[in-house]
Design a protein around this ligand. Structure first.
Ligand code: KMH
Ligand code: ZN
Length: 275
């Protein structure tokens, strides 16, 4: 079994300091959280950025500042900017960070409800546009799927040449509008991807650590972080994203799975070598 790649989704676009005062907003806060998560064992930082007041933004210059600040503190970490941004953003807005030469970026493969009146819109043409641009820029997409039909969409677009093989999926389980964070649904998702694909698992809220444990056992990879969950355990807020990463490292150790360094993660995912 491959070593375990841990992704830290340190900031997100929807979670706020009201949910957990340690959610990072400023460049300095984001860089500090990224470094702490990296030191705890994360090899990938899934990155959203904010204005200082917490407003989510996909502004290229804000991304540049945050990426430079992270690279200064942890030069070999893999930075994976979001192209999902926040609900309601235009495609043009969302695509800005891919022009900063990242090794990876997210590619959301379908539309879904996102709680209340929110809809996270990713039409087939949007996915094609994002996929083509990532191929042109030699960026490995992390294919975010919130439901099984989104896997099928990715497979169709892979056959049509909009997404390259081998594909790397992120099963986001437990969004209010997506597939549930249950063992049955995780197994269903894992059995639905083409042979030779890799996957990581993002359990939302209380699903985070049960789904992480299953991913460790199944040979998948794990994403944790404030974007998905702000609690270390029931009723206990995590003081930093690093506490969430440390918990995954402990689980992996107990279950006999070694943790991948960024270099090893690059090999497992077939990223272009940048160092
Ligand atoms: N903020 C969500 C609406 C991604 O990063 O690509 C979408 C999201 C997905 O977070
Ligand atoms: Zn995200």
């Amino acid at each position: 079994m491959d070593k375990l790649i841990i992704t830290a989704a340190i900031c997100g676009a929807e979670v706020t300091k009201e949910h957990n005062p340690s959610v990072p907003y400023t460049v300095e806060e984001i860089a500090k959280e990224a470094e702490a998560a990296y030191k705890a064992g994360a090899s990938i930082i899934h990155l959203h950025v904010r204005l200082d007041d917490g407003t989510p933004t996909q502004d290229k210059e804000r991304f540049r500042l945050c990426m430079e600040a992270i690279k200064e503190r942890c030069p070999d970490v893999i930075i994976q900017p979001s192209t999902g941004g926040a609900v309601g953003m235009s495609n043009e807005e969302r695509l800005q960070p891919i022009t900063l030469n990242p090794e990876m970026a997210t590619l959301d493969c379908g539309t879904c409800n996102f709680g209340g009146d929110d809809i996270f819109v990713n039409t087939e043409n949007t996915i094609k546009e994002f996929g083509e641009k990532m191929i042109a820029l030699n960026i490995k997409p992390e294919i975010e799927v919130f439901d099984k039909g989104m896997i099928d969409m990715a497979i169709r677009l892979n056959k049509k040449g909009y997404i390259k093989s081998p594909m790397h999926f992120n099963f986001v389980l437990g969004v209010n509008g997506g597939i549930s964070a249950t063992p049955r649904d995780l197994v269903f998702m894992a059995e639905s991807i083409p042979q030779g694909s890799t996957f990581t698992v993002s359990g939302i809220g209380k699903g985070q650590f049960p789904m992480a444990s299953m991913a460790i056992i199944m040979g998948g990879h794990v994403r944790v972080g404030y974007e998905d969950n702000v609690y270390l355990s029931k009723g206990v807020l995590a003081k930093s994203n690093s506490e969430l990463v440390e918990k995954v490292v402990r689980l992996a150790k107990e279950l006999g799975r070694d943790i991948a360094t960024p270099k090893e993660a690059r090999q497992i995912l077939g990223l272009r070598e940048i160092l």
